[in-house]
Write a protein that binds this ligand. Structure first.
Ligand code: ADP
Length: 581
């Protein structure tokens, strides 16, 4: 259950109770210093009038003034620092959750929107803590004090006051609630705008080439305009709040003067009582304006917080049974793994079609299995199930006899290497990319795998060597280099089983040969290999080829056997499997 409103804020403040309490205490001291000021000044004036020495009294005024300002500054700093701390802790929790969400959940969401929750939504929390919370608390205290004093003077007049002020405050609070929704809408639109920027920057070359830059700039501009609209609507609502309070305050004064005058005339209260009451009324309404201002600030923050909470309420990917001890990178390729698929079917949640339908086959240790089939047959989905980005809808997958669901996810993934079709390369250096799965691999090991897949030249290309940058998404590398870099990255972790989604794009002959050598290098490490193959050179050497069509296995065997037995394979071999020239 998602918590609503103020209560959802409390968990974010829990770790900051002490500094918040200290800031609150300091603000009381500052207020007391302020209240003491007139009394001290009065004493100075009294002293001057009777001709007494006023040196100490003047010194007291100066000391209280300076001390009050100093404490005020400390209180401000403490509050701001705490607010930054709240933002920091929330960002940490949010990012910790985001990067651990189930893959399917992330696939269904817009990255830009998630980024904006981490950046922009959490920022609004800062204002909640600084101008919202503490002001609400201190103004409320002051107002309550005034109400108590008024009750002592004349309960009837207090009733009249509360009625007038109450109507105004209730209206203000009602409008303030609307503010929370508007803030949420506004933040959602900021999220949509960030997503639009991300989409455009992610395909900037295609945009330029397609002459679509101007249109995309307009699209982002429109998203920004929508955020503007929501912001302006919120401003309108905020603007309504202060006149509402003004009307309530004036109403209260008129009512108190009217009813009070009548009560003085009828002898129920004295003139002094009425004057005291009106002075207290000032004390009540002054913090009231502040209170509603802080309240609207709070509503804005709560609107943004609900977007943060929404992500925090999502479940993380279940890590599976506890690994004890936690998996460490094996120093050498481990015992080759035996993989068995038993009637594996898979349907995407919310979809009707079976992407995989009763798939069964075995992968013997140290062998190469090629998955072939027309596009959309379910090959990539199958690799995803092996990595447990999702689980089969029915059937089971076993690694060395153990169902994957009974293995801790981290332990399973430590045994598998996975090279996506797009072979993602992270912005950063060659070294960062290579050491992603094996942070402790030595430079010698790195040089070894780079040589095995024919990438040694990458290191000598720049004087920076392994610390040379690869560019955003690896744009400084060629497609073939990215692919083999990703293979190196997997090999450094010494997986027992390497999953490789071969690029569908044609590589040139040299890259093709380099990839073939890389695959041989993989097998020399006695690692079993499952490769989604789009190339004849990859399948002819495979120990077994599994032919998939619309999620079903239509043939298993070696190249020659399948050419004889499976018409689809024959067709694929002749038309689709790419042959290097
Ligand atoms: P291959 O790798 O063989 O080309 P994929 O495994 O990528 O095939 O895709 C198999 C099928 O799954 C495709 O028809 C695709 O449209 C479908 N698919 C992929 N993701 C989803 C999803 N989230 N919801 C429903 N269907 C999906």
């Amino acid at each position: 259950m998602r918590r609503e409103g103020l209560r959802s804020l409390l968990p974010h403040l829990r770790d900051h109770r002490r500094p918040l309490a200290a800031a609150a205490a300091l603000s009381l001291v500052t207020a007391a210093a302020g209240l003491a000021q007139p009394l001290l000044v009065r004493r100075v004036i009294d002293g001057v009038q009777v001709g007494a020495s006023v040196g100490t009294a003047v010194a007291a005024v100066v000391v209280v003034l300076l001390a009050g300002s100093l404490i005020g500054a400390v209180q401000q700093y403490l509050l701001q620092r705490t607010a930054e701390g709240v933002v920091l802790a929330t960002r940490r929790r949010l990012v910790g959750r985001l990067l651990r969400l189930p893959v399917a959940e992330l696939d269904a969401r817009r990255t830009g929107d998630l980024i904006s929750r981490v950046g922009s939504d959490t920022t609004l929390l800062r204002a909640v803590v600084t101008s919202g919370l503490l002001e609400v608390a201190s103004s409320a205290l002051l107002a309550m004090g005034a109400v108590v004093a008024m009750a002592l003077v004349d309960p009837l007049l207090l009733g009249v006051t509360l009625l007038a002020v109450g109507v105004g405050v209730a209206a203000g609070v009602g409008v303030g609630r609307r503010l929370r929704e508007l803030a949420r809408t506004s933040q959602e639109r900021v999220g949509a705008m960030t997503a639009a920027v991300e989409r455009a920057l992610g395909a900037v070359r295609t945009l330029r080439a397609s002459g679509a830059t101007d249109r995309e700039v307009d699209a982002v501009g429109r998203a920004a305009e929508q955020a503007y609209d929501a912001g302006v609507r919120a401003a309108r609502v905020q603007a309504v709040i202060s006149p509402l309070v003004g009307v309530a305050v004036q109403g209260a004064f008129v009512a108190v003067l009217g009813v009070g005058g009548y009560r003085v005339a009828s002898g129920s209260i004295s003139v002094a009582d009425l004057v005291a009451f009106i002075l207290y009324l000032f004390l009540l309404v002054m913090p009231l304006g502040q209170l509603l201002g802080a309240y609207s600030q709070l509503q804005l923050g709560l609107g943004a917080l609900s977007r943060v909470e929404e992500v925090l309420a999502l479940g993380e990917e279940d890590p599976g049974p506890r690994a004890d001890p936690p998996p460490a990178r094996s120093a050498t390729p481990g015992p080759a793994a035996l993989l068995e698929l038993d009637s594996v079917s898979f349907t995407h949640p919310g979809s009707q079609t079976r992407v995989l339908d009763g798939v069964s086959f075995r992968v013997e240790p140290g062998t190469r299995t090629a998955l072939v089939g027309p596009s959309g047959a379910g090959k990539s989905t199958l690799l995803g199930l092996l990595e447990r980005f999702a689980d089969p809808t029915s059937g089971s997958i076993r690694l060395d006899g153990v169902d994957l669901r009974d293995l801790p996810r981290a332990a399973l993934r430590a045994r598998l290497g996975y090279v996506e079709q797009e072979a993602p390369v992270l912005a950063g250096t060659l070294r960062e990319n290579l050491l992603l799965a094996a942070p402790r691999a030595t430079d010698d090991e790195v040089a070894g795998v780079l040589a095995a897949v024919g990438l040694s030249a990458l290191v000598t290309r720049s004087p920076l060597g392994l610390d040379a940058p690869v560019g955003e998404g690896g744009v400084l590398l060629s497609g073939g280099e990215r692919q083999r870099l990703a293979i190196c990255r997997s090999l450094l972790a010494n997986p027992d089983l390497l999953l490789l989604d071969e690029p569908t794009a044609s590589l040139d002959a040299r890259n093709e040969a380099a990839l073939a050598r890389a695959l041989d290098a993989v097998q020399q490490r006695s690692t079993a290999l499952i490769v989604v193959a789009h190339r004849l050179s990859t399948v002819v050497d495979a120990d077994q080829i599994v032919v998939l069509d619309a999620g079903r296995v239509v043939g298993i065997g070696r190249h020659e056997e399948l050419l004889e037995s499976t018409p689809l394979y024959r067709e694929l071999a002749m038309t689709q499997l790419l042959v290097a020239d």
